[in-house]
Structures are given as structure tokens and as C-alpha cells.
Design a protein around this ligand. Structure first.
Ligand code: TRP
Length: 324
């Protein structure tokens, strides 16, 4: 029996994935590929919605992210790893879907409002408004059973559903419904106590060395009122304790002792460095062994596999719309 399809993607706005990307999405994909056929996309055109003025790094970033996928355990023999722009059907479906998507729907997407405020350029590109239409095309081309994403992506999946329903209503049933596969994932806290994000400069990367990781954790934010070892800590608000919770099997004991003033921040930090580096070691080892020349054939094969499915869907789409 053939496995059900799932699809997900990440934007190559940065060259490397951090622990938030790893715990928040990638680990879930790795687990799911045992039960599903996974299409695992690096969405380089999406990165252009905010990086069009200087796109020079996008293609190198895309390769680095594909390496992170493999290092985290995505298996290219079972899953198709590819770059969005290598499968032109994404652009064609985006165009056709854009004709049936009301602008009002797009203006209401919460991430649109945020991204518009964060724009570094003065004029707002047309493509930014269409971001969710392109994402809908990414998804619908593969007619997936489900889409595994982080919680923040729920509005994009909702508008994808609305676009699919409208298409089906106008031209006939082409796109089946799909489910959200939102993983039970902790929100990862960065070294400054805020959400881990490359734009806050508080992230630990898969590609960091053990020494770089240690340096970041040693300088991380802890309970400000805990000056001495014997002062009580507030582990919920401490960046190091939050990392311990995700990476250390003894975290409950460590939190209790922290709260009671039985241990100091330095001990937490040292144990945290150990726990994080230990968990990442196999992954980092694998990542070091993946070279530029290893990744190109993986991406070529992934694109070929993806195109096969995407081309079939596009034939149905054109037929439904009476385009010949
Ligand atoms: N918008 C997603 C993000 O920022 C990336 C994305 C683009 C995506 N196309 C997708 C995710 C299709 C899942 C499926 O993370």
C-alpha cells in the first residue's frame, strides 16, 4: 500500500537552522517520515518576499538548510528533499490560484500585517501580499493528507483550505481536504529569555561548534535576582533552565534545586552545555560529513520526484479550468 503524502517547508532567509527550528518542526518531520511519504521543501521564492533587494545569499542558504534537514534525520531515500524554484509548477499554480483569491482574505492574514511592519524597504512588494497564495500552491500541488508545521502557521493553512474550496467550487473537485499536523512542541527560549529567533540574535545553531554553544550558554540570561548560589531561582523565567527542560533528563531535579537555592547558575550552565552538546553531537557529526557535492544529487532527485506529482496535478488543474 502506498503511504499517505505530507508536505512541509522552511524559508532560506537564514543559512542555518537553530534549535527552535529543530525542536519546533524538524524533529516532527523526522518522526512522521516513518508513516508518511514526506515532501520536504526549501521555499526559496518565499524568501524573496522579504529579501528581493539582495537575493544573493538565498541559493547558498537553501543548500545549507537542506544539509540541516539531512543531518536532523530526513532520509532522502524515503522523503523528497527539494528546492521550490526547481519545480516550476509551484509558480504556475500560484498564478492560477491568485486569480480566484480575494485580496480581502490576504489582507486579513495576521502574518501579513506583521511582515509588512517589519519590512526594511519603503515600498511594499506585491509578492508579500501573495505569500499565502504561493504557500497554498506549495501544499495543494501534492494533494497531501496533512501538513506538519509549527503553531504559527495555522492561519496559512486555513487560507489554503479556503482557496482550495473556492477552486473546487468554481471548477470541480480537484483538491482534497487536508489536516493540520501541528506537533506537541515546546516553544524554545533563546539565550536572552525571549523566543529563539535568528532576528533576536539569541539562537543556538545546529551548525555551531560545541565551544560556540558553551560560550552562548555561559553568557545566557538567568534569574536576575539570583546573585548568589543560595538565592532562590525562578526557573520558568531563566533561559538556561528552559534549555535544561528540553535537553536534560534531570531537569525536574535541577529546577527544584534552583528554586530552593541549592544550586547556582554556573552549575546550571555547565550541565546545560553538557546536555545540549550531547544531544546535538550525532546530528552535528552527520552534518560535518555532508559536503556540497553530496547535497546536489539529493536535491536533483528530490525535484524530479516532486515534479512528477506536481505535473500530474497541474494537468488536472488545467483541464478543470478548460485551459489547453
Ligand atoms: N510559511 C512557512 C514558514 O514561514 C514556510 C512555507 C512555505 C511552508 N510553504 C509551505 C510550510 C508549505 C508548510 C507548507 O515557516
Amino acid at each position: 500500500m502506498s503511504r499517505k503524502t505530507i508536505l512541509s517547508g522552511m524559508q532560506p532567509t537564514q543559512a542555518r537552522l537553530h534549535l527552535g527550528n529543530l525542536e519546533g518542526a524538524l524533529r516532527n518531520w523526522v518522526r512522521l517520515q516513518d508513516d508518511y511519504k514526506l515532501y520536504c521543501c526549501v521555499v526559496d521564492w518565499h524568501a524573496l518576499t522579504t529579501m528581493a533587494e539582495d537575493p544573493s545569499e538565498i541559493s547558498a542558504n537553501s543548500r545549507e538548510i537542506a544539509k540541516d534537514y539531512l543531518a536532523a534525520g530526513i532520509d532522502p531515500d524515503r522523503s523528497s528533499v527539494f528546492i521550490q524554484s526547481h519545480v516550476k509548477e509551484h509558480a504556475e499554480l500560484h498564478l492560477l490560484l491568485s486569480m480566484v483569491t480575494p485580496i480581502g482574505w490576504l489582507e486579513r492574514v495576521p502574518t501579513y500585517k506583521e511582515k509588512k511592519l517589519a519590512l526594511k524597504t519603503e515600498s511594499e512588494p506585491y509578492g508579500l501580499l501573495g505569500y499565502p497564495v504561493l504557500q497554498a500552491a506549495d501544499i495543494l500541488l501534492y494533494k497531501p493528507y496533512g501538513v506538519p508545521v509549527g503553531k504559527d502557521q495555522a492561519p496559512h493553512l486555513e487560507i489554503t483550505r479556503e482557496i482550495a474550496r473556492r477552486f473546487n467550487f468554481l471548477y470541480g473537485e480537484v483538491f482534497p481536504e487536508f489536516v493540520n499536523l501541528i506537533g506537541e512542541v515546546p516553544l524554545l527560549i533563546g539565550t536572552d529569555g525571549r523566543k529563539m529567533s535568528k532576528s533576536y540574535d539569541n539562537a543556538i545553531y545546529l551548525s555551531d561548534t560545541e565551544d560556540e554553544t558553551a560560550e552562548k550558554i555561559k553568557n545566557a540570561f538567568t534569574t536576575p535576582t539570583k546573585m548568589r548560589k543560595t538565592d532562590p531561582g525562578v526557573p520558568e523565567n531563566c533561559a538556561v533552565c528552559n534549555l535544561l527542560k528540553v535537553y536534560s533528563k534531570d531537569w525536574q531535579k535541577q529546577w527544584d534545586e534552583d528554586r530552593q537555592g541549592l544550586r547556582g547558575c554556573m552549575q546550571n550552565k555547565l550541565e546545560c552545555v553538557e546536555a545540549v552538546n550531547e544531544r546535538l553531537r550525532p546530528l552535528r557529526e552527520r552534518r560535518r560529513q555532508i559536503s556540497d557535492s553530496d547535497i546536489e544529487p539529493v536535491l536533483a532527485r528530490g525535484a524530479r520526484e516532486a515534479r512528477e506529482v506536481a505535473a500530474r496535478t497541474m494537468d488536472e488543474v488545467r483541464a478543470a479550468m478548460k485551459l489547453r
